[in-house]
Design a protein around this ligand. Sequence first.
Ligand code: G3P
Length: 217
Amino acid sequence: MKFFIDTANIDEIKEAHSMGMVDGVTTNPSLIAKEGRDFEEIIEEICEIVDGPISAEVVSTDTEGMLEEARKLSKIHENIVVKIPMLVNGLKATRKLSEEGIKTNVTLVFSPLQALMAAKAGATYVSPFIGRLDDISQEGLLLVEHIVEIYGNYAFDTEIIVASIRNPLHVLESALMGADIATIPFSVLNKLAAHPLTDKGLKAFLDDWNKAKGAQS
Ligand code: G3P
């Protein structure tokens, strides 16, 4: 499973990258706004750190506007993937961009049929938002299961980026289902690495070691 980091924060990206856990990066307008810096400048900086797909989202809602933004973003770096919202206009833009060889990530996907349409339009990636479904008492992981099955039935090349991940179980279950990618917030990434028995075991090892050292001296 590929791990992308879901942030526009350069320090978080650098830290996760140094752990060897960053196969790509996803951003969105809210994550960019949180940084209070110029959009293109942030994206350029991310491209210098990570050699993998970097999602940058358009803010237009009409097809022509999306295409214009997408073409501009794609010129920043060869690793740019243009994030397009799952709208009818977004599907039109996705189809055109796919013909032009520009990679796309269809975002804000909340149903299996939206994911099917995105794949048919030629999306490189599709982003089901599972945490936001859980928030309204719908099962986010069931959406991932359905998309994995549908894409498998018809051998679509579109890769599934599980997004809106809120906890380690979201990552575990997505991996068990065979989702291609999890895009993980930095806080959740650290939780994946942690286990209380690891900490307890290490403490016991070091205590024993220090006791034995003390006895020898
Ligand atoms: O990148 C988009 C997505 O992961 C957003 O997550 O937590 O705002 O629902 P969240």
